[in-house]
Design a protein around this ligand. Sequence first.
Ligand code: T1G
Length: 651
Amino acid sequence: MTLLSLRRDNEIAVVTLDNPPVNAISGEVRKGLVDLADQLDADPSVRAVVLICAGRTFIAGADVREFGKVPVPPHLPDVVDRIEAAKKPWVAAIHGTALGGGLEIAMGCRFRVAVGSARVGLPEVNLGIIPGASGTVRTPRLAGVETAVEMVTGGKPLSAAEALDAGLLDLVVGADLEAAAIAFVRQALTAELPQPVSARALEPVSEAFWQAARKTAAKAGHQAPLRALECIRFATENDFAASMAQERQTFLDLRGSDEAAALRYVFFAERAAPKPAAVKGTEPRAFATIGVVGGGTMGAGIAAACREAGMKIILIERNAEAVARGLENIDRIFAGGVKRGKLSEEGRADRMAGVRGSSDYGDLAAADLVIEAVFEDLAVKRSVFAELDRVCRPDAILATNTSYIDPRLIAEGLSNPDRFIGLHFFSPAHIMKLLEIVPAPDTAPDVLATGFALGRALKKIPVQAGICEGFIGNRILKRYRAEAEGLVTQGVPIAEVDAAMRDYGFKMGPFEAQDLGGLDIAFLQREGARAAGQIVAETLGDILVHAGRKGQKAGAGWYDYAEGDRTPLPSDKVAALLGSRISDNPSRPSSRADIARHLVGTMNAEGQAILSEGIATCAEDIDLVEIHGYGFPRWKGGPMFAFRATGDSAE
Ligand code: T1G
């Protein structure tokens, strides 16, 4: 495989980059492009150059794996400048995605042609950095300041149509991209060439625009979007060279930041999780038809997610009325997609055409895999699995969505337990990416492999979890909440604990989150454990639930709420209820940073225990669970990564 190959179509040179899997720009690619620019400039028979990529996509950016290394010349901004300065105009022929440095190279070309399915973007902020090869300087010159701000600070790609409309592309073509690009540039040679992007003027924008953009960029919670905005603004107020220097300095500064290191760690962890060593080489079973037992919130979300991935659904409920309600719950999810402009009415109808509701378990004979999502009660689940054992094909996989019950207890009595597995989805299941895959002792290797294959098909982040109370995520959550209550008993105000975790990067602190979700869910689990004979100490949450303070749904929880308002108000009633439990000689963390460090350290300590017990296979999986299931700020990397640098934890 040649990294950069060259062929001629008469006077047009065609340069093809072939660097699987995504044509990322390595040091070798940078050097090769500069050498080719020199070679083609020196060849009088060449009048123009088409840059195209082999494989599934145009250049997806700089090679993220090189970020930890010392940058080696030629640096990417210099490569982009060299292409722009070429005597023969270059045209970028884009398919798949042109992202980051890929779009920057395309903006160094004199023209850009793409297929209709292509997307172009500057996602660098998602890695904690900013474009480092003129993205903040050329994009505003090509597409205007407002589009540049949206692309660079938001990090989301544009479709080919949007990019054409914004001026980022010169032509969108149907098929045969290479031939279309050659024809386009041959035609362009007959007229005066447009100015190189760096020479184009920048339209000024109002101060009000910058203020609004700053507010939006600040919502990201980490610094890269704000720093990118500063660079774009600098580019509107200074010349090209000064702006490039400003961008480069900012890029190098951010590239070495903790946030960038954390976001790179998460980027690779997210790609490794769905393909764990545990299932390498094991062929998963087919799963074209999925049975879902239970049409409530979880069951409907799971059914919608599987349907969205192209599977046929058989929804089972106990009677016709419940079936109808379950189908309505699923259809409501697709209707939401229509409302958000993500789905057409035809698409919604097509989705529902692939969903069959029934109260007859016998209809599950057609299912390859059945997911139980009924009430979190052992007896109810056992009765469901007894039916499944009776009616499903012997090779059909039977999965429970339980979040707390020991899957081994649910599987008891199954005729062939090797086909049983836990698939713990998170609500809403059609949105949350986390999927905890919980094999039971008898689960067959290909059943485990099928769990991961389903996770990949649903574009989720699947993570294997061992059997313990709460598996990985809910076990850490329980410890986190207990520690937060411990701080309150040491005299730390409830609102201060929440503020500390919001300052750290969570959308909500532990008490606000309980008020939103309801205190009674965990309360019922504790009561269930007590009823089963376990010794479970009374928690502060128990005291509140006994006082009717179940959270926002009850109009009061850890906080008071004014009628019809969700703003949490510190409560004198809670202070009175908990008064006797609050220490009067507090030995508590003083600052919000100390509070956050203490609580993240607690998550880390529980994660270390989970690792040592073999409940999780690697620290990365624990971090992914916390980020994708519990709102841990991804630019902190997760509770394991956050303490990796220091090597300690709060314990
Ligand atoms: N560098 C290195 N490897 C990459 C990569 C990259 N930029 N992008 C993807 N990969 C690997 C990935 O790890 C996986 O490897 C395989 O490719 C398939 O990825 C100067 C400095 C392109 C939309 O942020 O968004 O340019 O696991 O599973 O779902 O301004 O990958 O198979 O071994 O994600 O089809 C900016 C990041 C870089 C793009 C394809 N670019 N990539 O999605 O496949 S910074 C990005 C993506 C930059 C300049 C700056 C996606 C994708 P493996 P995948 P996919």
